[in-house]
Structures are given as structure tokens and as C-alpha cells.
Design a protein around this ligand. Structure first.
Ligand code: HEM
Length: 365
């Protein structure tokens, strides 16, 4: 029989996992940028004869990174068990926690393949990408664990939500292009590492163009949210995301024109993690979870549903569900677009006679 875990303790665990994943991204980057990628030429032992590293810089760097992964694996295992033992067990938290278990195992296997293939750039790209996926899962878990659970009710119109989910997709593309830029550049983790057969300038240009497209999409979305008087918290999160994107973009250009100084590249990689967190936080903020508050329930429900969006369920009073985990992970719906019965119509404009205040619902966290 497992001891019961309080929701607060579970929240702390999930937050600790998020911090550890960011640490993992940062220490992995440090390994590459110091050329310590093959400091431990074997896996899971450091070298064929020794579990621990020799007392010199590169082996110690690589081994420290592995130790962060060990702590992360333990923390994730504890979190997954805690999700089952949590008082008021929640299906979404269980799914996300066990998703983290699968993710960290995939990350460990990818790490081993990186070593065995002697830093093959495609494998290194995959390794980094899985790491970012792990961060996304951990952060969604932490956000969900801090909230009341239940299905998400949209605070903004469908077109805005689509645009927001589009941001997530384009961000994934930007990160993939970023890893390819690294793969084409000098920071391969070892002077002998094979590089991608693409000029660094071309890859950096592609990467930055995708980032510029991302910025344009966000500006359009922010304009729409402002025009339609979306809830202040939604706009606030959007502005924070814009700030994170601008800073990350400036760091990106600076490091490129400064010929990739390792310190700045490290900042850029941690910045990528911050942008992922800010983007998911923004998207999560588009949904209200828990029992609708007095100000928002009617405004978000059938009275504003348009003929185009309201299905038969509208009449039955089913809520529009979505958000990052109410979204699909647990409930079996596609992220953010699971149901539309109580959706806010496009532009979040209330139907005739419905007051705008109905759209200023804040999530109860
Ligand atoms: C939202 C903005 C951005 C994000 C999320 C982002 C993300 C990333 C990621 C994930 C990597 C790969 C890290 C790795 O594989 O270890 C990367 C590398 C890189 N990025 Fe960005 N990036 C952004 C903006 C920019 C911009 C505007 C530029 C301008 C040229 C830029 C230039 C580079 C360069 C040169 C690299 C290769 C660094 C190296 O040698 O390791 N990035 N970026």
C-alpha cells in the first residue's frame, strides 16, 4: 500500500522535475560547447574499465551531465509513483507523469546512441529534441498539478486558439532548425565530430527565418487578442512570450555575428528552454479550468456559441474542452480543439446581447 501524497507535495515534485530538465538541457549544452562529448567514450560506464571518470576536465564534464540525468530519472520515477499515490488521483497527472518516464527512457537511449555513434549530428539533434519534448511534458505537468484539474473551457475564439497551437508547431520547427544549425556549426561536442553537409550560414538563415515567421504569427495573434479585448491575463502572457522571443532572437543574432562564443551559445540554449516554457504557459492561459467562476460561465457557454461552432452537444450543455492536458493527454481529445459546444466564436466576440465581461474569466489555480 503506497503512502498518500498530498497535491501540494506532488506539485513540488513536478516543479522539481521541470527544474532538473532545464538543468539537463544546460549541462548537455555545456558538454558540447566545451568539446567534452566523448569525455566518457562508453555508456553506461564512463570508459570500458571504469564506471567513474578520470580526474580530468572532459571526462568530469561528461560524467556530471550523466549524473544530472541519473537524478532526473530518479525524480521522474518518484513523480510517476506519486501520481498514482496522490490524494484525489487524477488521470491527466498520471498520464503526464508516465509520459515523462517514457520520455526520459527515450532520452537515455538517445544519449547512449550519441556516444556509440561518436556524436553523429543527426542523433545529437534527436537527443536535443527529445530533451525539449521532456521539458514540455514536465512543464505541462507542473502547470496542471498546480491547477484544479478538469476540462478546459476556452477563453478566446477558435481562430485565436488555432493560431496559438500553430505557434507551438512553428516553435517545434524553429527548434529543429536550431539543432540543425548547431549540427552544421563548429559546436559538435568534439573536434572530430562529423558535421552536417550544409553551410552554417544557410542553416542559420533558415533557422532565423522560421523564428521571424513565429514572431509575425505572435504579433498577429496579439493584435487580435487586443482588438477583441481578450482577458487581460491572456494578453499579459502573450506579451511575456513576445519579450522572451525578442531576447532569444537578439541573443541568436549576436552569437551568430560574434562567431559563436560558447558562453552566449549556452545562453541561447537555455533561452530556447525559456521560450518553450513561455509558449506553453501562454497556450495554457487560453483555457479556464475548474468550476467556471460567477463571471465567466454563462459568457463562455451556449449564449455565445454560434451556429457554426455549436454542435448538438451545445444544447446538452457540454463545455468546450482543451488546454494543455485537459487537452487531450488525459481526456482523449485533440489538444485544444476537443469539443466546441461551448466555444467562444471566432474573435471571442460575444453573441448579440452577451456582455463582454463574460469573456474575462480567469482560471482558478
Ligand atoms: C525563438 C527564437 C529562437 C529559438 C527558440 C532558438 C532555438 C535554438 C536551438 C534549440 C538551437 C540548437 C541548440 C542545440 O542544438 O544544442 C539553436 C541554435 C542556434 N541558433 Fe537559435 N533560436 C532562436 C532564434 C535564433 C535567431 C534569431 C538566430 C539568428 C541567426 C539564431 C541562431 C542560432 C545559431 C547560430 C545556432 C547554432 C549555435 C551553435 O553553434 O550551437 N537563433 N537555436
Amino acid at each position: 500500500m503506497l503512502p498518500r501524497v498530498s497535491p501540494r507535495a506532488f506539485l513540488r515534485l513536478s516543479q522539481a522535475v521541470t527544474v532538473l530538465v532545464v538543468l539537463n538541457v544546460a549541462s548537455g549544452a555545456a558538454v558540447r560547447l566545451t568539446g567534452s562529448g566523448l569525455g566518457c567514450p562508453d555508456w553506461p560506464t564512463c570508459s570500458r574499465r571504469h564506471v567513474t571518470p578520470a580526474l580530468s576536465f572532459h571526462p568530469l564534464m561528461e560524467f556530471s551531465n550523466r549524473m544530472v540525468v541519473v537524478v532526473l530519472v530518479v525524480a521522474i520515477a518518484v513523480t510517476a509513483v506519486a501520481a498514482l499515490a496522490r490524494r484525489e488521483r487524477r488521470r491527466d497527472l498520471v498520464w503526464l507523469s508516465w509520459g515523462l518516464v517514457a520520455g526520459v527512457l527515450a532520452e537515455a537511449v538517445a544519449g547512449a546512441v550519441v556516444v556509440y555513434t561518436k556524436l553523429n549530428p543527426y542523433v545529437v539533434m534527436g537527443h536535443f529534441f527529445v530533451g525539449m519534448g521532456l521539458l514540455a511534458l514536465a512543464w505541462v505537468l507542473a502547470m496542471r498539478a498546480g491547477g484544479p484539474g478538469g476540462r478546459g473551457v476556452a477563453k478566446v475564439g477558435r481562430a485565436d486558439r488555432r493560431l496559438a497551437w500553430g505557434l507551438v508547431a512553428v516553435l517545434a520547427l524553429a527548434i529543429a532548425a536550431g539543432t540543425a544549425t548547431t549540427g552544421a556549426g563548429p559546436d559538435g561536442g568534439s573536434p572530430n565530430a562529423v558535421r552536417l553537409p550544409v553551410p552554417l550560414d544557410d542553416m542559420a538563415r533558415t533557422h532565423s527565418l522560421i523564428v521571424i515567421a513565429l514572431g509575425c504569427m505572435l504579433l498577429v495573434l496579439l493584435y487580435r487578442l487586443f482588438r477583441d479585448r481578450a482577458p487581460e491575463s491572456v494578453q499579459h502572457r502573450g506579451h511575456v512570450l513576445l519579450g522572451a522571443l525578442v531576447v532569444q532572437g537578439l541573443v541568436g543574432y549576436t552569437q551568430f555575428f560574434a562567431h559563436l562564443p560558447p558562453g552566449l551559445v549556452e545562453v541561447h540554449e537555455i533561452g530556447a528552454a525559456v521560450v518553450v516554457v513561455a509558449t506553453l504557459w501562454f497556450v495554457d492561459g487560453l483555457y479556464h479550468r475548474g468550476a467556471p467562476g460567477p463571471g465567466d460561465a454563462p459568457g463562455l457557454s451556449a449564449r455565445v456559441a454560434t451556429a457554426g461552432e455549436a454542435g448538438p452537444a451545445a444544447a446538452a450543455g457540454a463545455p468546450a474542452v482543451g488546454g494543455l492536458a485537459g487537452a487531450g493527454v488525459a481526456a482523449g481529445h485533440a489538444p485544444g480543439e476537443a469539443a466546441t459546444a461551448h466555444d467562444v466564436p471566432d474573435h471571442g466576440r460575444p453573441a448579440q446581447g452577451a456582455p463582454m465581461s463574460g469573456r474575462t474569466a480567469e482560471p482558478t489555480r
